[in-house]
Design a protein around this ligand. Structure first.
Ligand SMILES: NC(=O)C1=CN([C@@H]2O[C@H](COP(=O)(O)OP(=O)(O)OC[C@H]3O[C@@H](n4cnc5c(N)ncnc54)[C@H](OP(=O)(O)O)[C@@H]3O)[C@@H](O)[C@H]2O)C=CC1
Ligand SMILES: O=C(O)CCC(=O)C(=O)O
Ligand SMILES: [Mg+2]
Length: 418
């Protein structure tokens, strides 16, 4: 495709996808990135620098990434036009180049544009939001045994209340839906019809099962002990409750799961090692206490979009906060990596915040590409920087005897520690 504002690097080739969804990664792949709004300008440059250093050190110049900036959010409105928050060519570039990474994008509260982050996930059908939660030794934590916190969230990324199907209180649309519900569907439980916003929560069997399939396959591929389906199915029976039912059903049909001790939990054997993998479920509110009190009992988690959003930040807090919480948005072919945190506007442009979340998202990206050596080097560098107590403000304020670094200095400390 011909791009208008995107400059495709003269050097470099596309990553391509095979019929079985495996990747062909050239030695000089072109990788699109969005800098992002707010603290995007603080975390993206150190991420690019750390990745380049890790790749150079691992491959001595034989492999190198050609970065290609693509635009969304405020920067896109300046470059394209004032309404171009997510230009079509940005979506096209992520599709064409298959693997990309992004900084955070602002979403106004209560009105204005809908989330660009959610739009990107929906437009490219990035239905898995994968967010690993693991503790680096020395990171300050509010829990007694942060080493027990080792989980990975598989958050459904395309459905639920995040689909953005909602109408403002008092609008003609809201009135029409309320009229339909009361007059045709026999609904009697809307307390204040005259001034009531309405939101719709779609949850499908296909949407649930493709997410749970990925989570269970991850358990098998990574030799994990259990999958926990997190839901609020006691209250929202046909959405969250159905998520639980369809999740167990898939475990039975595709992984051979059987009832464990008479149920309701299930178990299946790892196809190669024969090890038991447990499939269980927990109601979402209880889960928020379980992860604090008994984190060792939880491993891989599959959940709906909103629960996954809440759980991501809560779990991140147990291992140092959202400054060090990475993530990936995945379809069967396209992958876009991004931090769990947002644009933290009060810190924007101060070279202050922790770039660890985006750097660790890039670490996931390299591993996804099969570039294991630079990914390992990044982990080594992060461990070294934290081990030396040379950290950004978020860790420094909770650590005794730590040295305060800026975002860019923390990136340099990671490079020095590789
Ligand atoms: N995927 C995305 O692009 C996301 C975008 N957003 C958007 O971001 C905007 C702001 O959202 P908000 O709810 O304030 O959440 P943010 O994640 O932006 O920030 C909340 C708080 O988390 C801490 N924090 C965030 N990032 C870092 C970091 N890199 N290093 C250290 N600490 C960090 C700060 O805590 P403290 O004040 O204690 O220092 C900050 O005030 C909204 O428009 C929201 O919609 C939100 C989440 C994801
Ligand atoms: O899109 C947004 O603004 C917020 C998204 C979010 O919080 C998340 O994906 O974790
Ligand atoms: Mg969130």
């Amino acid at each position: 495709m011909r791009y208008s504002n995107i400059q495709v690097p003269a050097q470099g080739e596309k990553i391509t996808v095979n019929a079985d969804y495996s990747l062909n990664v050239p030695d000089n792949p072109i990788i699109p990135f969005i800098t992002g709004d707010g603290i995007g300008v603080d975390v993206t440059p150190p991420m690019l620098k750390v990745v380049d250093a890790a790749v150079a050190k691992a491959y001595g110049g034989v492999r190198k990434i050609s970065w290609m900036e693509v635009y969304a959010g405020e920067k896109a409105t300046q470059l394209y036009d004032q309404d171009a928050w997510m230009p079509d060519e940005t979506l096209e570039a992520f599709k064409e180049f298959v693997v990309g990474i992004k900084g955070p994008l602002t979403t106004p509260v209560g009105g204005g544009i809908r989330s660009l982050n959610v739009a990107l996930r929906q437009e490219l059908d990035l239905y898995v939001c994968q967010r690993p939660v693991m503790w680096f030794e020395g990171v300050p934590s509010p829990v007694r045994r942060p080493e027990d916190v080792d989980m990975i969230i598989f958050r459904e990324n395309s459905e639920d209340i995040y689909a953005g199907i909602e109408w403002k209180a008092g609008s003609d649309e809201a009135k029409k839906v309320i009229k339909f519900l009361t007059e045709e569907m026999g609904v009697t439980k809307i307390r204040f019809e005259e001034n009531c916003g309405i939101g719709i929560k779609p949850v499908s069997k296909q949407g649930t099962q493709r997410l749970v399939r990925k989570a269970l396959q991850y358990c098998v591929d990574n030799n994990r002990d259990s999958l926990t389906l997190v839901h609020k199915g006691n209250i929202m029976k046909y959405t969250e409750g159905a998520f639980k039912e369809w999740g167990y059903e898939l475990a039975v049909e595709e992984f051979g799961a059987e009832l464990l001790d008479g149920g309701p939990w299930m178990v299946f054997k790892h196809p190669k090692t024969g090890k038991d993998i447990i499939v269980k479920d927990v109601i979402a509110d209880a889960m928020l206490q379980q992860i604090l009190l008994r984190p060792a009992e939880y491993d891989v988690i599959a959940t709906l979009n909103l629960n996954g959003d809440y759980l991501s930040d809560a779990l991140a807090a147990e291992v140092g906060g959202i400054g060090i919480a990475p993530g990936a948005n995945l379809s069967d072919s396209v992958a876009i990596f991004e931090a769990t945190h947002g644009t933290a506007p009060k810190y924007a442009g101060q070279d202050k915040v922790n770039p660890g979340s985006l750097i660790l998202s890039a670490e996931m990206m390299l591993r996804h590409m099969g570039w294991i050596e630079p990914a390992d080097l990044i982990l080594k560098g992060v461990n070294a920087a934290i081990g030396a107590k040379t950290v950004t403000y978020d860790f420094e304020r909770l650590m005794d005897g730590a040295t305060l670094l800026s975002s860019s200095e923390f990136g340099d400390a990671i490079i020095a520690g590789m």
